[in-house]
Design a protein around this ligand. Sequence first.
Ligand SMILES: CS(=O)(=O)c1ccc(C(=O)Nc2cccc(-c3cn4ccnc4c(Nc4ccc(C(=O)N5CCOCC5)cc4)n3)c2)cc1
Length: 285
Amino acid sequence: PRHGQKTAPTTAGFGHDHWEIDPSELVKGKELGTGCFGTVYEAWWKDNIVAIKLMKPGSMSEDSFIEEAKTMTQLSHPNLVQLYGVVTKQQPLIIITEFMKHGSLWQFLKSKVPGILNETERLIMFCVDVCKGMKYLESRKCIHRDLAARNCLVGQNYVVKVGDFGLARHVIDDEYSSSYGAKFPIKWAAPEVLKYTKFSSKSDVWAFGVLIWEIFSGGELPFANMSNAEVVEIICNKDERLKKPKACPHSVFTQMMNYWAQKAEDRPSFKNILSCLLEILETFK
Ligand SMILES: CS(=O)(=O)c1ccc(C(=O)Nc2cccc(-c3cn4ccnc4c(Nc4ccc(C(=O)N5CCOCC5)cc4)n3)c2)cc1
C-alpha cells in the first residue's frame, strides 16, 4: 500500500463508507462507450449528470479495487476525471465519476472537430492539461500504468483530463496485465516495462510521450504498420523511436525524445516537463 497506508480495519467495511454509493440513487442513461474493463453510461445521481462505468463481472479483483477506490476518492485535481464513489455491495461493480461532455480524447482527435484541432496552440494546451494531471499523480506517488489518449477525456471548454488512473493494477484479465497478453498496451510501454513489467512515474513519462505523438497525429495508432513483437524489438534493442508527426513543432518533438530515454532515470519528471511545455506554449500564443 502507498504512503505506508495500513489496510483499514475490517470493521470499516460495515460502517457506511463515504465512497460507497447507494445504487438506488443512480438513474442510468445512454451508453457512452466501452473501455477495456467495462461499459460507460451517462447517468443521473442526486440531480447531477455523471458517468458510470459498469465493470465486466470478474474483470476486476474487487477487494484490491475497493482499496484503490478509497485512495482515488482522495485524489482531486482539475485535470483528473474526479471519482465520486463506487458501488461494491452488488454486481456489477460500478465506478461513478464526473461526466466529460466531449468524450474520450482519442475519439475527439479522430473526429477532427473543425477549427479546434488545426491550432498548434490548442494541441499544446491538451499536452499541458494532461501533464498537469500527471504531475499531480506523480506528487501523490500514484502510477497510472495505462496513460494513452483513449484513457483521457475532453470536458467543458475542451479541457483534457486523465481518467482511469490506478485501475490497471486491479484488472484480472492476463491478456491485459501480462506484457505478453494481446491487450497489453505494448505501443505505450517503456523498455523496462516490456522487459521486467517495472512500472514507475518514469514509465508514465514514456507513455506521455506516445500520448503527445497521438495528439499531434490526430489519433493515429503509433507504429501502425508494426506488430507488437516488432515494436518490442526496436524499442528494447534497436533504440528506434516514433517519427515526428507533421503537425508537431520541432521544439515539442525534441522534448518528446527526452521522454523516450532508454533508461528511466534519464527521463524528466512531469514537474520538469510541465515547465518546458509552458515555455513552448508561450511561443505559440
Ligand atoms: C465517433 S462517435 O461515434 O461519435 C464516438 C464514439 C465514442 C466516443 C467515446 O467517447 N467513447 C468512449 C469510450 C470510453 C469511455 C468514454 C467516456 C468516459 N467518460 C467518463 C466521463 N465522461 C465520459 C464520457 N463522456 C462522453 C462520451 C461520449 C459522448 C458522445 O456521445 N459523443 C458523441 C458526440 O461527440 C462528442 C462525444 C459524450 C460524453 N465518455 C467514451 C465518442 C464519439
